[in-house]
Design a protein around this ligand. Structure first.
Ligand SMILES: [Zn+2]
Length: 677
């Protein structure tokens, strides 16, 4: 049996292999830059294959951009965040010399319909959504590619490209449109569709808008797809040898990618939903134009995104725009949420799942804040002798680097990377808390963690850059506030006038002057409260400075145990505000759950009480659909057909009767007690 199963699997694997026999792995040449990176190449059925660029360290990279006709949504976020991380990793970690191109589709059926509805010229219409897309990308800290191409700027190049395909014999004109001749292409020994070779010919449909549905009669075969479409009246149109018309969707990527990056191209990426027909058709067109057999060497695909286990769609009302999501979460939380999922795997998005990213983001923030304070306080001036703890952290750092490197080589396995970084951070946190690790070692860990998180587009160090400027004033603010609190606790009100009248803070250049305003105001109010000997007021002024005034500026003061000085940390004020809102929301949710549980419990008790009110004699009498005769205690003796109950049945009803008798008696007891009171 086992033998049979193994053989079947082997046969299956063999079949799979043959389906992708067309793929030619780029060979290693003398000047090849070999890093050991492997990619899940869709041209080889997602098999991991060594990544070898054509020219040394140079990598030419094309990815499909958005069709601009509506708001940018979470699906876009997944695709372009994924590509952003891949680009940063190729460039900053593997040191490839990247040239990347992305297109903007501004000619399309959906756009024509959308512009019609909005009563706008299609170029005017697409500019609006183009802007929306780029502002969403900026908000998520997604880097732009080196080149952005727009289809409407490339129509002449598209016409020339199609003319070449016709000249090569792989396309034909019909009724003002031009179609790709799939049969001729296959007959000449080309492969189509390369990335979905298992697809049955019957399933090969063009997959474009509904306006093409009635064009079947123009084609030589239903599998043929449009390169050029004759324009209907009122549709945008461009001149061509075949009459006025517009380019098909697939042709644009073949043309714009090769216009900038040529042939062959190292790397092409896009969402998995584009693999067929868009990407397979793009490949066929370019290979038909250049008469070559491998235009793209590596094709990678970003995985599907489901929202709460369902496909995101406007009709299911689970359609989330980037703008909406950014109101609830910071860009870092959103980025982290995607980073903890493998880029080419299916991902499910849900609120619970973002919680994980929120707590990770918080842990990272605290790590950078705490190490900053640790390094601030432990200046290194001379030689240091390592202890066991230092060796342990040093080994852990080296070990982490190895794990991270192996994971990145394996198709950018960031979930493993994040896991390894978390373990490193946890250990360093412990050592910092115990002050048992040397500062230079902590510095090395901070630099490394910052570098790796930087690949994910997360910058925790940069945002705190101005800390040095407020370092001295914040040290004084903390000290004044600590002294006021201590004096108030001891009831030494006269001492407070000495503490707060010592210094009036002046505005300084490059300083957050909000701090100056708040501390001066704090001193005045504290002085007044101390003259009135109002202890409560003094404490509430200290709280207000911490929880409202400085918080608003992005500064958090953490009070320590009685004799320990308080510490301060600086954050992005907007993020701090959002964090507070998220916490409040979480508390509200928890309260809501608690309330519901209490109500449920109350309801259950009420039902129990109602049940206990019933006299055991009455409990079966109403069940005439089950029983026809009862004894003097009200226990059934015959079923509804008039047959005597069996021994087993009798035992069951007897037990039920006794149980009811017991709870009813208990009920009578409590009733009696209540009356006595
Ligand atoms: Zn494309």
């Amino acid at each position: 049996m086992i033998k049979f199963a193994t053989r079947t699997i082997n046969q299956f694997m063999q079949q799979q292999k043959d389906l992708f026999a067309h793929y030619k792995q780029p060979s290693i040449k003398e000047d090849s830059y070999v890093t050991g990176l492997k990619l899940a190449n869709s041209l080889k059925g997602s098999e991991l294959v060594p990544f070898i660029p054509i020219n040394g360290r140079q990598v030419n990279f094309y990815y499909c951009g958005p069709t601009v006709y509506s708001n940018s949504h979470l699906g876009h976020a997944r695709t372009y965040l994924g590509i952003d991380v891949i680009r940063r990793t190729l460039r900053d970690y593997f040191n490839y010399d990247l040239l990347s191109v992305m297109n903007i589709t501004d000619i399309d059926d959906k756009i024509i319909n959308g512009a019609k509805q909005a009563k706008q010229d299609f170029l005017e219409f697409t500019k609006v959504w183009e802007k929306d897309f780029f502002s969403a990308m900026e908000a998520l800290n997604i880097e732009l590619p080196d080149v952005i191409t727009r289809v409407s700027d490339y129509v002449p190049e598209i016409v020339t490209f199609i003319e070449k395909i016709i000249a090569n014999g792989y396309a034909y004109e019909s009724n003002g449109s031009v179609y790709f001749d799939v049969h001729k292409y296959l007959a000449d020994g080309h492969t189509y569709p390369k990335m979905r070779p298992e697809m049955n010919a019957d399933l090969l449909q063009e997959g474009e808008g509904e306006s093409q549905a009635n064009k079947q009669s123009e084609k030589r075969s239903p599998n043929d797809f449009a390169l050029w479409k004759a324009s209907k009246p009122e549709e945008p149109k461009w001149p061509s040898p075949w009459g006025e018309g517009r380019p098909g969707w697939h042709i644009e990527c073949s043309v714009m990618a090769s216009a900038i990056l040529g042939n062959p191209i190292d790397l092409h990426a896009g969402g998995i939903d584009l693999i067929f027909p868009h990407h397979d058709n793009s490949l066929a067109q370019a290979e038909a134009c250049f008469n070559c057999d491998q235009w793209i060497n590596y094709f990678i695909h970003l995985g599907h995104l489901n929202i709460a286990d369902r496909k995101m769609s406007k009709s299911l009302k689970n359609f989330l725009t980037i703008e909406e999501v950014l109101k609830r979460y910071t860009p870092r939380q959103i980025r982290l949420n995607f980073a903890i999922h493998q880029y080419d795997a299916v991902m499910n998005y849900s609120e619970e799942q973002v919680e994980q990213a929120i707590s990770k983001d918080k842990a990272y923030q605290e790590f950078f804040q705490n190490t900053k304070i640790y390094l601030r306080e432990s200046e290194v001036t001379g030689p240091q002798k390592w202890t066991q703890n230092d060796f342990q952290i040093s080994n852990l750092l080296r070990n982490t680097k190895q794990i991270v490197h192996a994971a990145l080589l394996k198709n950018f396995d960031f979930p493993t990377v994040v896991d390894a970084i978390d373990k490193l951070i946890n250990q360093v946190n412990v050592q910092i808390a115990g002050k048992t690790v040397k500062a230079p070692l902590v510095q090395s860990v901070v630099q490394y963690v910052d570098f790796i998180l930087g690949l994910l587009g997360l910058n925790y160090l940069i945002q705190n850059n101005n800390q040095t400027e407020i370092k001295s004033i914040m040290a004084e603010v903390c000290s004044i506030r600590d002294q006021v609190k201590l004096a108030a606790r001891k009831g030494e009100f006269e001492a407070i006038s000495n503490i707060v009248t010592l210094k009036q803070f002046q505005y300084e250049k490059n300083l957050s002057n909000g701090i100056v305003d708040y501390i001066n105001q704090f001193q005045q109010q504290v002085l007044a409260a101390s003259q009135e000997k109002n202890k409560q007021q003094l404490f509430s002024l200290c709280d207000k400075l911490r929880d409202e005034q400085l918080f608003e500026l992005g500064i958090k003061i953490e009070d320590k145990d009685k004799d320990q000085p308080s510490i301060w940390k600086q954050y992005d004020p907007k993020e701090l505000k959002l964090e507070k809102e998220q916490q409040q929301k979480l508390i509200q949710q928890k309260e809501l759950i608690k309330k519901k549980e209490e109500e449920k419990k109350k309801q259950e008790e009420l039902e129990k009480l109602e049940k206990a009110k019933i006299h055991p004699k009455d409990m079966f009498l109403s069940q005439v659909d089950k029983y026809s005769e009862f004894d003097e205690k009200g226990i059934p003796v015959k079923d509804k057909e008039g047959n005597e109950l069996s021994k087993k049945q009798k035992k069951v009803v007897q037990e039920l009767w006794e149980k009811q008798n017991k709870i009813h008696n208990q009920y009578l007891e409590t009733l009696k007690k209540q009356q006595q009171q």
